[in-house]
Design a protein around this ligand. Structure first.
Ligand SMILES: Cc1ncc(COP(=O)(O)O)c(C=O)c1O
Length: 402
């Protein structure tokens, strides 16, 4: 459905396929596995792709199709594929373009699960990779080989909030005629549209902001119709990574509030980043919304908001970091991000544990690094919690001499 709505309106009204049939205001959940046909010719036409339709739940379901239409439109892509996790989206997108003997250039600042997929799984099937500092697009040129078949980046990156120049990197990908794949999880389509900036494929962990309530694991791939059809029929369906109608419904519901949530996430993140930057115990803050961030100007050009994630290091390193995290009373120690609750985690021992220590250090993931996913609470309450945890001093054993 083509329209001229602003994204705030499209998030609520775009694509109500099932609801149009029933008259319901809310999209229905259709969890059926099998679908009936009037005759064998129609069944054959749907299976062969000649006729549009659904024949078996492992290749999608009507609730998911509504959601896929909506996500494609929000990202400005021809088509989208909803899958069972962000990692399913990332692995399907990479496997769609890479086969045995192929090579991929990957940003060095990449989510731990993506690193693990490439170094543990893809390598077993003869796929080569190089982790490259993509902040200088020249470095990408230097790593392109004859067998390079894709460039894969994440911006802002997890957990360092490094910003990469999507336009410049897409020019390189076009020069070599290879697709540029971007993980847009930290931004959501509300804050950044990589396809408009020249990327070919966008992947999301919808587990985060798209659903936004911490109660569903899901992923999306957005791109051109032919590639998405190939991914659906020859990878997602056959590997069995479909997204259930129940989860699709939760994400359809969550998406309606994406705009207001993202605005609050960004507002809280900027307040907290500013507070941390001015705190005497804090060594360094990583947040693209701060003028001190090395790619602040680029962030302002390609992002509509700076996102809800803030990473930082304390002056006394790992021990101070652990003490600080363990002293938080409101903020929850947990994996994931993009939830209503503010979450804190220690990347070196949690999300990025799968990256060996020496590699982690090369990627700048020090043992003292802390990542906050700012939720939707009142910023004052968050600052009070951070303040009290920063004041906690190490326990010293005092020997009482009587
Ligand atoms: C940037 C990014 N991409 C992908 C993923 C993987 O998503 P999922 O947990 O839904 O598989 C994560 C998970 O934290 C992430 O942070």
């Amino acid at each position: 459905m083509k329209n001229n709505w602003d994204i705030d309106t499209a998030l609520i009204h775009h694509s109500k396929r099932g609801a149009t049939h029933s008259g319901a205001v809310v999209e229905p959940i259709i969890p059926a596995v099998a679908y009936a046909f009037p005759d064998t010719d129609t069944a054959a036409a749907v299976v062969s792709g000649e006729k549009e339709g659904v024949y078996y739940g492992r290749y999608g379901n009507p609730t998911l199709f509504s959601l896929e239409e909506k996500i494609a439109s929000l990202e400005g892509g021809e088509a989208a594929l909803g899958v069972s996790s962000g990692m399913a989206a990332i692995s399907i997108a990479l496997l769609a373009y890479l086969k045995q003997g192929d090579h991929v250039v990957v940003t060095k600042d990449v989510y731990g699960g993506t690193y693990k997929f490439l170094t543990n799984i893809a390598v077993r099937y003869g796929i080569e990779y190089n982790f490259v500092d993509c902040t200088n697009p020249e470095f990408i040129h230097n790593h392109i080989k004859e067998n390079t078949r894709a460039i894969y980046i994440e911006t802002p990156s997890n957990p360092h909030l490094t910003i990469l120049d999507i336009k410049k990197i897409s020019e390189i990908s076009k020069l070599y005629g290879i697709p540029l794949i971007i993980d847009n999880t930290f931004m959501s389509p509300y804050l950044q549209n990589p396809l408009e900036l020249g990327a070919n494929i966008v992947v999301h962990s919808a587990t985060k902001y798209l659903n936004g309530h911490g109660d569903s694991i899901a992923g999306f791939i957005v791109g051109n119709s032919d590639d998405i059809t190939f991914m659906r029929n020859s990878l997602m369906g056959d590997l069995g990574q479909v997204l259930s109608a129940w989860d699709a419904f939760l994400i359809l519901r969550g998406l309606k509030t994406l705009g207001v949530r993202m605005e609050r996430h960004c507002k809280n993140a900027l307040e907290i980043a500013t507070f941390l930057e001015n705190h005497p115990q804090v060594e360094k803050v990583y947040y693209p919304g701060l003028p001190s961030h090395p790619q602040h100007e680029l962030a302002k050009e390609q992002m509509k908001g700076m996102g809800g994630i803030v990473s930082f290091e304390l002056k006394d390193g790992k021990e101070a970091g652990k003490r600080f995290i363990d002293s938080l009373k409101l903020i929850i120690i947990s994996f994931s991000l993009g939830d209503p609750e503010t979450l804190v985690q220690h990347p070196a021992s949690m999300t990025h544990f799968s990256i060996p220590m020496e590699e982690r250090e090369k990627f700048g993931i020090t043992d003292g690094l802390i990542r906050l996913s700012l939720g939707l609470e009142n910023a004052k309450d968050l600052i009070n919690d951070l303040e009290q945890a920063l004041m906690v001093r190490p326990k010293v054993d005092i020997e009482l001499k009587v």
